[in-house]
Ligand binder design. Structure first.
Ligand SMILES: [Zn+2]
Ligand SMILES: [Zn+2]
Length: 345
């Protein structure tokens, strides 16, 4: 089969590789039809690592995907060949203390699609996944929409781990694909006063179109002042979705005493810091968000019922052969890109 393989920093090649086989009775082989490019994929492309996870070349990234079931193992009951499916890229063991305690996202033996040292990714014609990771999608749902269940599931999970949002004042710092998914998830949860920030003008426009009360650029305006002018008591919860130190500082200034900071963004640096005096005096609660747990079907339900509209997030489309162009576009935040979608015939 064809696969797009990372062969070095900012180097990607189209290669012929062996088509993966169904081995275990619970395995499902999926012919890939769409792959969303995630910020984490771009990190691996530009730097070869995320924290302690280092790429050993050659390696295929990609984990937001959907396709058609092509072959199944003898014990598979949830899906059959020909079914359209969205993929949950996280393969948990089901047996460790974390899995048994309802925390499969921090499974001690977790393998993740397209994560170095764990599993080859989905920028290829076929992948093999456990059936538990395959979620059927309707024919009225596009494969691109199916892939967006992955970032939306993270947003739905983050909302679940936050606070009751009906009537709450909410900040979203970083309006990339995750931030925009969070925006839709908080709106679904009843938040009506939502404030967002980003440095990319097209993303601010998109967020305004999707209903935020305010969207500002921290590079050109005092976003904290502008938001607090509208919400003098401060915000109940801030979702940090860009991994920038500046945004962490803004979050602490924006939150009201007793407020909650949700950390979703992935910083490029090894350490971040907080002004402990502010953090302590306000008694801020910090909740880290590690991907998601059990929210893929809920995300798909939101997509399939048209309760959310993620189509506007997909700003660019590429074929498998054009993957490198997609990654370069994203690495440079060029052309107002939000989500780049790779589509396979
Ligand atoms: Zn992702
Ligand atoms: Zn486990």
């Amino acid at each position: 089969m064809k696969a797009m393989v990372l062969t070095g920093i900012r180097k990607m090649e189209r290669r012929e590789v062996p088509t993966p086989e169904v081995v275990r009775p619970t395995d499902v082989r999926v012919r890939i039809r769409a792959v969303g490019v995630c910020g984490s994929d771009v990190h691996y492309y530009t730097t070869g690592r995320i924290g302690s996870q280092v790429v050993q070349y050659p390696f295929t990234v990609g984990h937001e995907c959907a396709g058609v079931v092509d072959a199944v193992g003898s014990g598979v009951t949830r899906v059959k060949p020909g079914d359209a499916v969205a993929i949950d890229p996280a393969m948990s063991c089901g047996e460790c203390d974390q899995c048994r305690g309802g925390r499969a996202n921090t499974c001690r033996a977790l393998t993740f699609l397209g994560c170095p040292g764990q599993a080859e990714g989905s920028l290829s014609e076929f992948i093999v996944m456990p059936e538990a990771c395959c979620f059927r999608i309707r024919r009225t749902t596009s494969f691109a929409q199916g892939t967006l269940s992955e970032p939306l599931a993270i947003a739905v999970y983050a909302v679940k781990r936050s606070i009751p949002l009906a009537g709450a004042a909410v900040g979203i710092l970083g309006l990339g694909p995750i931030g925009l998914c969070v925006q839709q998830a908080v709106a679904q949860a009843g938040a009506t006063r939502v404030f967002g920030t980003d440095r990319v003008p097209e993303r601010l426009t998109l967020a305004r179109g999707l209903g935020v009360a305010y969207a500002g650029d921290p590079g050109s305006e005092d976003v904290v002042g502008a938001i607090l002018a509208r919400e003098p008591g401060g915000l109940d919860v801030v979702f940090e979705c860009c991994g920038q130190q500046e945004a962490l500082d803004q979050a602490i200034d924006l939150l009201k005493p007793g407020g909650k900071l949700m950390l979703i963004g992935i910083p490029e640096v090894e350490r971040v810091s907080f002004v402990i005096d502010k953090l302590r005096r306000k008694e801020i609660c910090i909740q880290n968000v590690r991907r998601q747990e059990g929210c893929v079907q809920a995300a798909l339900d939101l997509i399939e019922s048209r309760a959310v509209n993620l189509d506007a997030l997909v700003t660019h489309h590429f074929s498998l052969d054009e993957v490198q162009a997609a990654f370069e576009l994203l690495a440079g935040y060029r052309d107002g890109v939000v989500k780049a979608m790779i589509e396979l015939a």
